[in-house]
Write a protein that binds this ligand. Structure first.
Ligand code: HEC
Length: 142
């Protein structure tokens, strides 16, 4: 094969390779790869004890030295649309019983736990704190 014909062959194979990649399951954005129950289990295991819903409620609704609590943006209780304290953007309910999409995507959960905990506590939340928040949120029922 000349370099030219090799390039032509590669270009011809491209759409085929791409469709195969799509059919075989491209890493879908927003894939449902977790649940609130799994998150609670995961963080409880990491913490070495089950999440405590009462402690989670206090943690969620308290300020931790800064201007914001979790409830500042997510509402108290976080069962209805929240409103971003900074931007005014609407935030879908955090409690899983009120929002089938919450806690279904590990990457999204991790990203927002990291970002929001830094905003509120100026550090990442511990496994214990996450387990407590998950127990609190799981306990909120319509
Ligand atoms: C400054 C506003 C703000 C504060 C304060 C805040 N959050 Fe959030 N949070 C958001 C926004 C915005 C999203 C993304 C909503 C979306 O895109 O669905 C989010 C999403 C999340 C998610 C992902 C939920 C999912 O859909 O799976 C978790 C978990 C979360 N927040 C936890 C917390 C916790 C815990 C605290 C307190 C330590 C907190 N947040 C404080 C704005 C905030």
């Amino acid at each position: 094969m000349t370099p030219h014909s090799r390039r032509v062959a590669a270009v011809r194979a491209l759409p085929w390779a791409l469709s195969l990649w799509l059919v075989a399951g491209a890493p879908a954005a927003g894939a449902a790869d977790t649940s609130a129950a799994q998150q609670l289990q995961h963080w409880s295991a990491q913490a070495g004890r089950p999440g405590d819903a009462a402690a989670g409620r206090v943690f969620f609704t308290s300020r931790h030295g800064g201007e914001w609590s979790c409830a500042s943006c997510h509402g108290n209780p976080p069962t209805a649309n929240g409103r971003h304290e900074g931007t005014g953007k609407t935030i879908a309910p955090l409690a899983p019983a009120f929002n089938p999409k919450s806690f279904t995507d590990t990457a999204k959960v991790d990203k927002w736990f990291r970002r929001n905990c830094r905003d509120v506590l100026e550090r990442e939340c511990s496994a214990k704190e996450k387990a407590d928040v998950m127990a609190f949120l799981q306990g909120l029922k319509p």
